[in-house]
Design a protein around this ligand. Sequence first.
Ligand code: GLA
Length: 789
Amino acid sequence: MNNFNRFIAIVLLLFSFPAVLRAQPVFSTFSVGKKQFELNGKPYVIRAAELHYPRIPRAYWEKRIKLCKAMGMNTICIYLFWNLHEQQEGKFDFSGQNDVAEFVRLIQKNGMYCIVRPGPYVCAEWDMGGLPWWLLKKKDLEVRTLSDSHFMARAGRFLRKAGAVLAPLQIQNGGNIIMVQVENEYGVWGDDGHYMAAIRDTIRKAGFDKVQLFRCDWSSNFDRYEVAGVASTLNFGAGANVENQFEKFRKINPDAPLMCSEYWTGWFDQWGRPHETRGVNSFIWSLKDMMERKISFSLYMAHGGTSFGQWSGANAPWYAPTVSSYDYDAPINEAGKPTDKFFAIRDLLKDYLNEGEVLPEVPDEQISLITVPQIKFTKYAALFDNLPRPNKSKIAQPMEFFDQGWGRILYRTTIPGSASERRLLIEGVHDYALIYLDGKYLGKLDRRLNENTVKVPKAAKAARLDILVEATGRVNYGRAIIDRKGIAGKVVLKDGNKEMEVSNWNIYNFPVESEFQEGLKFTTAIGKGPGWYQGSFTIDKIGDTYLDLSSWGKGMVWVNGYNLGRYWKIGPTQTMFLPGVWLKKGLNQIIVLDIEHGNSERLQGVRQAIYEVVQDESMLHRKPGEELDLKLAKPVLTGSLPNEPGWKKVTLPATEKGRYFCLEVTQSQSENDPVTSLAEMEVLAADGKPLSSLNWSVVYADSEEVTSIGSSADKIFDLQESVIWQTQITGKKPPLPHAVVIDMGRIETVSGIRLLPRGDTNATGIIKDFRFYLQDKPFTIKKTSGQLK
Ligand code: GLA
């Protein structure tokens, strides 16, 4: 543009935009300077709030943005969700609820900047970390790597679409996008700088040609790879020790500005585990520390909202699906209300504003919460009376191969009779199966509990076998992300020593789209098996509400055609957020699909979220009366660790072989501390590289804190450094030694171990002295009185 055209463009912009915008410099710059970010050449501290546009109904977008500004933020940080925008391959949708450009414009209208994180992988407790399920149709799919050109081509196509929509809004073009992220926490996944460079180049070519690029990783892994021209930032959680977090980073990048690009305000909830919270005090303490040091930050999440529909993901190893609520214990709660954390942040940040910034009043235009009286369900459609046209398949295959993305899938076949009781083994139940023989319920298999076998009673003649499988969220994190749904392995009938692979299936798909549910054959006879319950309710005032599903089993809810998400009686969430903007004054329609023999036809709306875990004893890795006996076991390593943050590597005197290992902790760093805590643990192969933990399972843990916080023993290999194993801290603390036993799934050659202590400011349970045992055979676990020590 020559100078005259540029002048005309500026004049036109000034007159066509609302007053708020005129206050913002047009054609600004934002870049990385020496030890600071610079906006138009002046130092700038980013105080960002992460919001996810699909987790907030569009009508509420601006309300949430305004609240973030009133909390003291100057920037909104967003992910893009590839699988939301390209639900069918090649068909892109950036309109309506998916109109992310409008979301960014609303941010600008409110005088705030925007950070965009387009992925292609985003994690975010979102189905498959934002990658589209249809990629899984490719049998040998690999993701986040240059070695799969199929993946790279499709990721590139999406990034180009994203660029077409958002690149015009770069700050250098007169928009408000100050930074764009390349990939997401790639250091957790790999060390291939070439892959990162390819994603960087694709983002640049997609039109993000001027904006500052950045990446985010952890203090423990940001140096695993290098990618030029991309600023580096770190992620860590509430109460972290800020000094420690940046220590290594500063040494390697002495001139870089510091930013915590995900400062976790709370954490997400997983089915069957306690509701996660993070206290205000330690959260504020670390935030204040960052502000004192002029460290930029982004609050993940400022407001989590809801993963409506089928979008919530899962973690693994140790499959742990995420609930639909993404409240996150964030400063602005799921219903959009400011919490104590919100006011504590606002109170802190008012003293740390950049030059020229003004903290607005807290807006008072939030929609009110209403109750909905008991809803009576008058119609019912039994699942087994509503079978769609089947697919035929010799072997049981996952739903992706039948063009189904989410929902439930029924596998039906006939098995021969037998004079004896048999066992049915289903490999790869993804994720929750109900099994029936001639319509009679035999049992359920829950992937969370590693269940894979049911007993099949003797039968005089051939019988119909039905396996109904529900998908409860694709893994969004780590190597288990290739997570096909339905049955992802073999189905084998075991009769004594004889084994028979079950085949010749009719396969029925039950998708999640509301049109499908509305098209079912409903009758007025209310049944009890898996099926859909239809009802209606009348309201005279519109407002947000939480539907209380605590007396229902497991399933999904649609109101006026909107899919609210998943519910499950095991908790912790017993309610589902229903935004008022999806309600109508007068009559509203509701459909509930319950696969767990729904025992209730009633439902009501309440004003508050209800959290309650229906305590699932089996989530503890020690049955009452069990006691690990190490008398005959010999440690292959006895070690003592220094009291320092970060990973510690300990090498075995010689390599050893074994399938089961035990870590026994005999002394904490603090003299009289009876607790043991551990963030992560790796076992090293002969070449010194960490062994994959994908097939690990916890056999035994003498003590686990699962009441006040989800600190079970599987957290030591969940690859999430901020989530830890901790022995019991509520009530009586059991004494040392503490031990965890893990089955690696097969015999491995081991050269050493790596241990990562907790990284927050709490020093409880940090390991000093330990013994490490490794053997081929399971460890001895004795049955004692039935009392836990
Ligand atoms: C990481 C990811 C985010 C999210 C958080 C946990 O930091 O980058 O997408 O998954 O963990 O909530």
